[in-house]
Design a protein around this ligand. Structure first.
Ligand SMILES: Cc1cc2nc3c(=O)[nH]c(=O)nc-3n(C[C@H](O)[C@H](O)[C@H](O)COP(=O)(O)OP(=O)(O)OC[C@H]3O[C@@H](n4cnc5c(N)ncnc54)[C@H](O)[C@@H]3O)c2cc1C
Length: 266
């Protein structure tokens, strides 16, 4: 990912909010809804709009947020003592609702178990108590198709499902293309609202034992070359993002027409 993607706000804002709901929406996804009066001012861009999520370092602790000066928050973050420094990870706006005095934002968190236990944001989401504080720092969108784009190629594993779902929802209705979405299980296939001529190809791993991203990558490598005026957006486990970009470039798509981002590393 470019250090400062073109569509990142120059003066990103930090919003405080609290958890108002948390529900399991499919076997591998927990939807946490946060809300606050500040969030009523959130400038939602749709598509894959993402943010940095700050959580208290331990359950029941208060939340100490870093100061944000322009795009710089990292220095202030590191200056917070270890015992107070919040947990920070990147997430996508799965949905946003302006309810007048209050803004509500959904976060769809992938539940990934390691040795039978959840850690990090996944553990927080599954146990999120109503009223727990969070901070979110607006980071804008990564999706950046050239104006002459003739077709879209969207590829993701489950961590990129909220991003791809937002992009499909907001593409022009006459858009053409393919979306390849890998999910842990058939029951994790979500409803998507997509333009009629964008083919959505779900790739559940189910009990195959395949590494995350493997099935999506195979499907991409086996698909028709997209044509030099297409635009591709490939996100998810770092190998899927880099190998996906390589496959698309080999198939004739110029590198500057591919947005790729490793959302996490196995
Ligand atoms: C722009 C952007 C948007 C994102 N949007 C979302 C989103 O909407 N929903 C979402 O769930 N994720 C999303 N991600 C991915 C998320 O930031 C990572 O999964 C992150 O590692 C989670 O943070 P953590 O602190 O819980 O885990 P970490 O402390 O970073 O990792 C803990 C352990 O879990 C493993 N791990 C992390 N993520 C996964 C995973 N998905 N599957 C399996 N193992 C994993 C790591 O390899 C590590 O071993 C997004 C990432 C980016 C860059």
């Amino acid at each position: 990912m470019a250090r400062y993607p073109r569509l990142m706000p120059t003066d990103p804002r930090m919003y405080s909010a609290e958890v108002v709901r948390s529900e399991r929406i499919s076997p591998s996804f927990q939807r946490v809804t946060i809300a606050s009066a500040e969030l009523a001012e959130f400038d939602w861009q749709g598509l894959d709009h993402w943010f940095r999520l700050f959580l208290p370092v331990a359950r029941g602790n208060g939340l100490r947020l870093p100061d944000v000066r322009g795009r710089v928050w990292w220095k202030s973050y590191l200056s917070i003592p270890d015992e107070d420094r919040p947990h920070c990870s990147n997430y996508t706006v799965a949905a946003y609702r302006n309810l007048g005095d209050v803004g509500e934002l959904d976060i769809d968190v992938v539940l990934h178990w390691h040795d039978g236990t959840l850690s990090g944001v996944a553990a927080w989401s599954a146990e999120a108590a109503i009223g727990s504080p969070v901070g979110i720092l607006d980071q804008g969108v990564l999706f950046d198709p050239p104006e002459d784009t003739s077709a879209y190629v969207l590829v993701a594993d489950e961590s990129g499902l909220p991003a791809i779902r937002g992009i499909l929802r907001d593409l022009p209705t006459d858009a053409v293309g393919t979306a390849i979405i890998e999910v842990p299980a058939t029951d994790d296939v979500h409803d998507v609202q997509a333009p009629e001529r964008v083919r959505v190809q779900w790739m559940p791993r189910d009990e195959t034992g395949d590494l995350v991203g493997h099935r999506a990558l195979k499907a991409l490598q086996g698909s028709k070359a997209p044509g030099p005026d297409a635009y591709a957006f490939v996100v998810g486990e770092s190998n899927l993002a880099t190998q996906g970009r390589r496959a698309l470039h080999r198939a004739g798509l110029p590198k500057d027409r591919i947005t790729f981002s490793g959302f996490w590393k196995a």
